[in-house]
Design a protein around this ligand. Structure first.
Ligand code: GLY
Length: 361
């Protein structure tokens, strides 16, 4: 079943379409700008081999000329040099203000191509075609785009909402198990912050979630995307409730960064960070203790980590604070109850104790 989820932003509403085998039907699913003639299809070789021909065919069926532009595989593509090369390519096409960029791939391609579109000719539309679980439930929705610097991830970026998001869950079948399971870390997060039915679904058949059962994954993507859509519609620029999406990300980001972004995948780091946040909340007297047991049980069934590697605590604090002045405290998203978030600066001793517990396992 194909479902449309509306991201109800006043200035630029758009649809997330969730279903199977959608990439060859883009021309039926998306309303392209009437004057668009050319689509720059930005992708990576590992993805292009699987889906680019189908996507190109469908874009041509929509009356567009397609220029395929491949950037290197992996996170290295989110780079200013790569971006500069893309600008040159667009200038040579030439891609006009009426045309569009299409992002086919995971979060790296979505962020890079999204930023390219945000800045090319002062902004052209971008169609997001996410092919990983993480990108389908998070990165492709909500308009955050950007590239990395040596000094940190996503330091150069812009908000640029897409024309539409087409989440073809059939693409998840080709993901490595570890990557797909890591994506479930973000799905569990949506269950705890807004939609507890997600938790029920995971608890009733964790093995199906773990092996990537297509029907279950489709429902999980649909529900997760719906949560993200409603949060973004309520708070596009993260002045309030959009911060709730960061449950598990405070300690999680630090674990991810301090282990070099490869030893612990993003969704795995979020899983660890959720355990930390729940423990902090319990120590602060905010979070009902049973939520921790529930979270750990679900994560364990899915094969996600609930314990953190031992890391230098000063480095953890500095990374959590994103600068060297961690003494002022660090903000955490905590749960006052199931699907009830609060953002607060907890007592430093409680954070240290929670991290001690999560590192001890
Ligand atoms: N990934 C968090 C957000 O989009 O706000």
């Amino acid at each position: 079943m194909t479902e449309r989820i509306r991201v109800g932003l006043a200035d630029h509403p758009y649809d997330i379409v969730v279903g199977r085998d959608l990439l060859r039907r883009i021309h039926e699913l998306v309303e392209f700008p009437i004057k668009a003639r050319t689509a720059a299809l930005v992708t990576q070789p590992a993805i292009a081999g699987l889906y680019a021909d189908a996507v190109e065919g469908s874009l041509r069926n929509a009356g567009l000329e397609v220029v395929r532009v491949e950037v290197p595989d992996g996170e290295v593509a989110k780079d200013l040099q790569v971006l500069a090369g893309l600008y040159t390519t667009l200038a040579r096409i030439p891609l006009t203000r009426q045309d569009l960029v299409v992002a086919l791939g995971g979060g790296v391609v979505g962020d890079l191509a999204g930023f390219l579109a945000a800045t090319w000719n002062r902004g052209v539309p971008v169609l997001q075609l996410p092919t990983t679980l993480l990108a389908q439930v998070d990165a492709s929705i909500g308009g955050k785009t950007g590239v990395n610097l040596a000094e940190g991830k996503n330091l150069v970026g812009a908000f640029h909402q897409p024309l539409a998001v087409i989440a073809d869950v059939a693409t998840l079948a080709t993901l490595p198990d570890r990557e797909r399971i890591a994506g479930l870390g973000e799905v569990v997060k949506y269950g705890f912050i807004r939609d507890s039915r997600i938790l029920d679904l995971l608890e009733s058949d964790p093995a199906a979630a773990k092996r990537g059962d297509p029907d279950l994954l489709e429902e999980l993507v649909r529900r997760s995307a719906a949560v993200k859509a409603s949060v973004v519609a309520a708070d596009e620029r993260e002045t309030g409730e959009r911060a709730h999406l960061n449950l598990g990300h405070t300690h999680g980001h630090a674990v991810e960064a301090l282990t070099g972004y490869t030893a612990v995948l993003h969704g795995e780091a979020v899983a660890i960070g959720m355990c930390t946040a729940l423990r902090v909340g319990i120590l602060e007297g905010i979070t009902p203790p049973d939520l921790l047991g529930r979270c750990e049980a679900i994560l364990t069934e899915l094969g996600l980590p609930t314990t953190a590697p031992q890391l230098d605590r000063d480095d953890v604090w500095a990374t959590m604070a994103r600068d060297k002045k961690a003494d002022a405290g660090v903000r955490f998203v905590l749960l006052e109850g199931l699907c009830r978030c609060t953002v607060t600066t907890p007592d430093r001793a409680n954070v240290d104790r929670a991290i001690d517990e999560v590192e001890a396992g």
